[in-house]
Design a protein around this ligand. Structure first.
Ligand code: SF4
Ligand code: SF4
Length: 343
């Protein structure tokens, strides 16, 4: 099939969420959304973005593109981005949890779930932006009344888009700006026929972005290895005992920095709370205590690390000096100076 020359990005923020992923996305620089829309990124088709926050149209004018896509009317192929978790609208006798726009004939809200039912099968690809859309996130905590869930749970394991893709999950609370734009760009390049099928892991995440743990990219990893664990904030030491889940969480934020290479949770003193993970937040609470599983490993590392640290301190002490023979040689100038009285 020939590659697409143009594709529209239809972005719905009307799941249960805070729109934080949309805001985070605007911080991307590699590439930025402006670069993608301006057509300056090589290998991508022409792209138009339909997003409720960034649109110049309002009301029915804005919704027209969504209605046309949902009705299968002629128009460019589209990529659907879903933000926010998907409620269960069947778990109550009246009312609704989430809607997007108003039905012109009835005046009633159009349910977010109805939009998904109609748009997802027609979309060239479907992206779940943020942990809420990917796995349910904070709104799907145990005991919540909405019964909400991630998009893959809503659409089912066997879902394939019109382009033949499974859902692409880009978790994070919020998404990492550049990682999201990199994923979107990959899909757009694939749509243009310039990239092979996007490689995803078994949780439908882009494989190359979620192969490493936070710990493996953390600035404080050297402190962990030497058993230097901090009991308070404000030190450069490892903060696992303050609640960091980095050793078991897959996320490239510490390696990549948040925006423009700067920041990255534990790098700047914030414990990793596992916000990219399907089990977030329930399985990572409380956020302020040493993770139960870390107790054994940190006890083992503390024993080994304390010894290694003192040995290294000794070695560093000797390496931190010039060799003895240097400085014992008179300098050329000093030799010439000898006897001439000039010093
Ligand atoms: S702060 Fe967290 S991620 Fe960093 S080294 Fe310590 S445990 Fe690992
Ligand atoms: S480092 Fe941890 S808390 Fe920070 S974005 Fe990654 S998973 Fe979330």
């Amino acid at each position: 099939m020939p590659g697409l020359e143009r594709i529209d990005v239809l972005w719905i923020t009307a799941g249960l969420g805070c729109d934080g992923d949309s805001i985070a996305m605007t911080g991307a620089t590699s590439p930025s959304i402006e670069d993608v829309l301006d057509g300056v990124v090589p290998g991508l088709p022409a792209v138009a973005l339909y997003h409720p926050t960034f649109a110049s149209e309002t009301g029915d004018d804005f919704l027209a593109r969504f209605h046309a896509a949902a009705n299968g009317q002629e128009g460019p192929p589209f990529l659907l981005v879903m933000e926010g978790s998907i409620p269960d609208e069947r778990n109550k006798s009246e009312g609704y949890w989430a809607g997007f726009g108003t039905d012109r004939s009835t005046g009633q809200p159009i349910l977010t779930c109805d939009w998904i039912d109609r748009l997802a099968p027609r979309a060239w690809a479907v992206v779940a932006a943020g942990t809420c859309a990917a796995y349910g996130g904070i709104h799907a905590m145990e005991g919540n009344p909405t019964g909400c869930m991630g998009l893959a749970d809503y659409l089912g394991d066997g879902f394939r888009s019109a382009g033949g893709l499974p859902i692409v999950n880009m978790p994070g609370c919020p998404i990492h700006p550049d990682s999201f734009m990199e994923t979107l760009s990959y899909l757009l390049r694939q749509a243009a026929g310039n990239a092979p099928m996007i490689p995803l892991d078994d949780k439908l995440r882009p494989r190359w972005l979620f192969a490493q743990t936070v710990h493996e990219g953390c600035d404080r990893g050297g402190y962990y290895e030497q058993g230097d664990f901090s009991a308070e904030h404000g030190t450069p030491s490892c903060i696992v005992k303050l609640g960091c889940w980095g050793p078991v969480v897959v996320c490239n934020v510490p390696k990549r920095g948040w925006i423009g290479g700067l920041g990255g949770c534990p790098n700047v003193g914030g414990v990793c709370i596992g916000c990219t993970m399907p089990g977030f937040p329930d399985k990572f609470m409380s956020f302020a205590e040493e993770p139960p599983g870390a107790k054994m490993s940190t006890a083992a590392v503390a024993t080994y690390g304390t010894m290694v640290r003192s040995l290294r301190r000794f070695t560093r002490g000797s390496m931190d000096h010039e060799p003895e023979w240097r400085g014992k040689q008179p300098t050329a100038g000093a030799a010439e100076d000898e006897g001439d009285g000039i010093h």
